[in-house]
Design a protein around this ligand. Sequence first.
Ligand code: 9MR
Length: 369
Amino acid sequence: MGEGGPRSGSDEGSHFRLNRRSLLAAPLALAACDRFASAQTPAPEAAPLKSLAPFPIGATGMTGQLSDAVWVAQMRRHVSQLTPEWELKPERILQPDFTCDFSASDRIVDWGREQGMRIHGHTLVWYSQGQQAFNDDLPRARFASEYDRYVSTVAGRYRGRMAGWDVVNEPVAEDGDGLRDCHFSRALGQEGYIVRAFEQARGADPEAVLFLNEYNLENIPKKGATFLRLVERLLTLGAPVGGIGAQSHLDIEIPAGQITAFMRDAASLGLPIHVSELDFSLRSDSPLDTRSLGQKRAQQVARVGELAEAFFALPERQRYAFTTWGLRDTDSWLVREDGRGWRDESPLLLDAQGRANPAYQAVAAAFRA
Ligand code: 9MR
């Protein structure tokens, strides 16, 4: 996940290209729809996601989307919390000489606040970013002071405006066997860089809930266990970890019950939990997979429903927010950044037109319970 790659779809230019393509395609699509208009009533727009839940419902947004009136209307309709998908990351803010460029992050944060949305910050420290400035040749003392300064400058700039921050993103090794080795851990220690980031963030923004955020926690039980042990260990070291971020890029093949088991274990730590990057790819590249799309949809719906039920079952004070990584299928990095153009992908709760996907119904049912 960390190798999410370049910024395709993240900057204003590429969004313009995307929007332009959709605009060019629109007349053709409308003409095709017209032929059936008299025979079929169009499916209604989905009821606002935020009306389904007593806790914040989040989605990602980027500056490049702000000029898209349809996207803006859909976000306003459905979400009560915004996670900037790219603008708050070191790859956008941190310059090679350690200065900070907040032009894009200020824009997206201001926009979200103008809409009355709660803002979730993503992310202060991530093993996959910042290597150019924080390189292995930097003397350790300078590395440490620039590191502290970066974290406290970014968290401090948004002090009082963030509900929470993903302070450290993806600290656990890919397969769950221990912690990741990266430029930060090499200079400051495997736990040291994490503790330090939490301390700096706390000093700079005393009110924000400070999260450790990770993926594949439900998919790989060993990774889930390593992650929760890390949270406990950080707390014993005095790090002000205030929340657990489960990205939940769900593998729809997860055995039934495994998501619930992870959520139960996570809940036992007593901290707020953020389902922070939910999506659920239908894609399978195995030639041995002969299941129909309908069969895979059914499995997808079951797993998303299980996650929503497990989240809803948490004590109220532990339900920080339920966030999808993109709002409509076409907003998803899995669709946007998939150069191979797999046409059946549908990884989010809403389709391209803002209508409810089958997984939406599962979430609605879980939150109604
Ligand atoms: O969706 C994001 C994509 O547009 C970016 O190119 C990429 C690198 O910044 O990050 C993607 O988001 C990732 C998130 O920050 C951390 N968890 C995995 C997400 C998907 O790769």
